[in-house]
Design a protein around this ligand. Structure first.
Ligand SMILES: [Cu+2]
Length: 159
């Protein structure tokens, strides 16, 4: 009897351990950086982030050797005024997709170390809450190309 209970407890322990291994997996799609005029100090990056794993994942921030300062921003409208603020943790549920897009959440890329020209690829690393890093290449795209479909007139823009 007691041995039997112990066996069940052991099995339960193994099952719990199995569950603990569940983890979120970050997929980054359609990653691009909006090209800016030479000398621009603020650029923005956009992408579709998808959690393809079976547990929530959190993105803490981004890093790139191509810029001196990088962060995750979101745009909020407060009394008709569009403002940006830093996001310190972007949580993505299993199976969920989060769009980083003009006028919304974006990568804030400041003070490029060199020219960022259309056609170039820029490596960006996403830092996850559990310490993992996801390295992605972002395509630098000229604004004309991405706005062919007609972006909102009061699109979020950087000074
Ligand atoms: Cu911003």
């Amino acid at each position: 009897m007691h041995r039997c209970v112990g066996w069940i407890a052991l099995m339960a322990g193994l099952l719990a351990a199995g569950t603990a291994q569940a983890e979120g997996k970050l997929g980054v799609l359609d990653a691009w950086i909006r090209a800016a005029p030479p000398g621009a100090t603020m650029l923005a990056g956009y992408a579709t982030l998808k959690n393809t794993g079976d547990a929530p994942l959190s993105v803490l921030t981004v890093q790139s050797d191509a810029f001196r300062m990088t962060s995750l921003h979101e745009t909020v409208v407060d009394k008709d005024v569009s403002k940006m603020r830093e996001m310190h943790r972007l949580v993505i549920a299993p199976g969920e997709t989060v769009q980083l897009a003009p006028g919304g959440k974006h990568l804030m890329l400041m003070h490029p170390r060199g020219a960022i020209a259309p056609g170039q690829k820029v490596e960006v690393t996403f830092l996850l809450g559990d310490g993992r890093r996801v390295v992605t290449n972002f395509d630098v795209v000229a604004p004309d190309a991405d706005e062919a479909g007609g972006a909102p007139a009061h699109d979020h823009h950087h000074p």
